[in-house]
Design a binder for this molecule. Structure first.
Ligand code: 3UK
Length: 527
């Protein structure tokens, strides 16, 4: 086999993937399309910003890779990306990979404190950011004791990667790599401690694209993909970039906040065939459709992930639009969806069946498989699992056991093999599909001089979607009231990523605790 090739045998289920010994994944995802005659085909359409063909994409990826090398970056070093959904995201991500540098897309909704942590934790060699995020990224660069050797804006005024790319060569040979070599990182958050760097290998994007996007969604060159979930999420990274690139399809990018009206406008303008959303957005879209009638007829399938899709929401979506909506669960660690409903086989309320290529198993506290119908910890086996958590051997050892990964979710499986989610085994919340640590919000609340203690739990809103609820003990109980509530709301909104503020406040006398003083959040939950 020649270098940088993956052969796909689709006569088996799952398809059998064989990788050449020398394998840099940028070649099959980017360069292969030129050999297959797609140079003039549109790869990316950017809302309000033109289009990029596969030919231009390949040249710009090479320019970005060369620019990073000329700036002094080397094999295995990290380039942090706080980049909005745009062609530059693709250029930096793939240019880095082709040059052997590890791109690390970061959540662009985060705050300076979060970025400072990640800059230091990753010992970033470079930070590249969209001008829109300068107000959080620049203070982070100042505060971090670790100073990256390169900091660049994507475009606009000042030092930009665009400027370096303009003078760089459009030719670049891929740095030889192995399918199992480090390729890129993503950060994943937990209840306590800082976010953890999740290290993925070159082969992983091939595995998710083939098993889920081809195997479950039946994606082909003729599809047009629009992901409301941004590229920096593992979910969006697959939906809006790796899946279309794997089959030579088209991606539509919308750089702004994915409000229902904005999504409807993008759908009407670019006529995507696959739309990828999260439950909160589907609920908001249905609400917006009470007042408007967007034309969604181009879409052949919708996906939902990030948090469980309530069966009533699924029903209302299908009744209203007639478009299949597939709930599926993925994680940053496994990179994309590994349990999913299928276009012709949907069970409302279930996360679906194991995606061919993955195995699911539900175990008790001793690690033994539980009988059908019984609840336990969900473990997954497959070929796209993280290699390790960066500098966190304890967490790596705790999560990975003989090729199986503990997801941290509790599930049961029915007689038909469908998996049903019963929530997290820790106290972590998913709000609008995005991680939310109760401890982080509690710490923010406690910073307020009037707050003695706080506990955050998840509570279902009218749409059965989880949002944070606060239980607060005040230094002086007489301060309780609407004014203080408004003050605390503002305190949270200004200091935390904007989806993390509590939607309900309760002033209480004390919090339930264990003998060792640990807050028993489960006792406060209303479900
Ligand atoms: C929860 C779900 C019930 C679950 C993701 C699609 O969400 C993604 O990755 P994250 O690392 O979070 C993983 C955790 O989120 N979850 C996700 N989807 C569902 N719970 N039903 C669902 N359908 O707790 C899981 O452990 O942010 C989603 C593709 C790639 C992803 N990384």
């Amino acid at each position: 086999m020649s270098d940088n090739v993956v052969s796909v045998d689709s006569s088996t289920t799952p398809a059998t993937l064989s990788f050449s010994e020398s394998f840099n994944v940028a070649v099959p995802f980017i360069d292969r399309h030129l050999d297959e005659g797609r140079g003039d085909k549109v790869a990316i359409r950017i809302h309000g910003g033109g289009e990029v063909t596969y030919g231009t994409l390949a040249a710009h990826v090479n320019r970005a890779g060369n620019a990073l090398l000329e700036l002094g970056l080397g094999k295995g070093e990290r380039v942090l990306m706080m980049i909005k959904d745009s062609a530059e995201f693709y250029y930096v991500f793939w240019g880095a990979i082709k040059a052997g540098i590890l791109p690390v897309p970061l959540n662009t909704l985060l705050r300076a404190k979060d970025y400072a942590y990640m800059i230091e934790n990753s010992e970033a060699a470079a930070v590249i950011y969209s001008p829109e995020f300068a107000a959080e990224v620049e203070p982070a660069l100042e505060d971090s004791p670790h100073k990256p050797k390169v900091t660049l804006l994507t475009d606009g005024e000042g030092e930009t990667i665009a400027k370096h790319m303009a003078s760089a060569s459009p030719d670049l040979a891929a740095l030889p790599a192995k399918p199992e070599d480090d390729c890129f990182w993503l950060y994943s958050s937990g209840t306590t401690g800082g976010p953890k760097g999740v290290v993925h290998a070159h082969k992983d994007m091939v595995v998710t694209s083939q098993h889920y996007a081809v195997g479950v969604l039946g994606i082909s060159e003729d599809d047009i993909c629009f992901s409301a979930a941004k590229l920096f999420f593992a979910y969006g990274l697959g939906n809006g970039m790796t899946f279309p690139l794997w089959v030579g399809a088209e991606a539509v990018l919308f750089p702004g906040p994915p409000t229902p009206d904005a999504c409807h406008e993008v759908i009407e303008t670019y006529k995507p065939t696959i739309f990828y959303g999260v439950p909160t957005l589907y609920a908001a879209q249905l609400k917006a459709m009470e007042a408007s009638e967007p034309d969604l007829s181009s879409i052949r399938v919708c996906t939902s992930a990030g948090e469980a899709l309530p069966p009533d929401l699924l029903k209302r979506w299908v009744d209203k639009t007639g478009i299949p909506l597939l709930d599926g669960i993925g994680t940053t660690e496994i990179l994309h969806i590994f349990l999913s409903n299928q276009i012709d086989n949907v069970k409302p309320g279930a996360s679906g069946l194991a995606v061919p290529g993955y195995e699911g198993r539900i175990v008790d506290d001793e690690g033994n498989q539980v009988p059908t119908g019984e609840t336990g910890a969900l473990m997954i086996k497959g070929d796209s699992l993280l290699k390790l958590y960066w500098r966190n051997p304890e967490k790596t050892a705790e999560s990975l056991k003989d090729g199986w990964m503990y997801t941290g979710d509790t599930y049961y499986q029915d007689e038909d093999g469908f998996f049903f989610c019963c929530g997290r085994s820790d106290d972590m919340l998913k709000v609008g599909g995005i991680w939310c640590s109760p401890v982080e919000i509690e710490n923010k609340l406690v910073e307020h001089p009037k707050v003695l203690e706080a506990a955050i739990v998840g509570r279902e809103d009218d749409e059965q979607l989880t949002k944070p609820e606060a239980f607060i003990v005040l230094n002086n109980a007489d301060d309780a009231g609407e004014d203080l509530e408004a003050e605390l709301l503002e305190h949270c909104k200004s200091g935390l990523a904007r989806y993390k503020y509590p939607r309900w406040f309760n002033f209480v006398e004390d919090l339930p605790k264990t003998a060792t003083g640990k807050i028993q959040r489960f006792k406060l939950r209303s479900d």
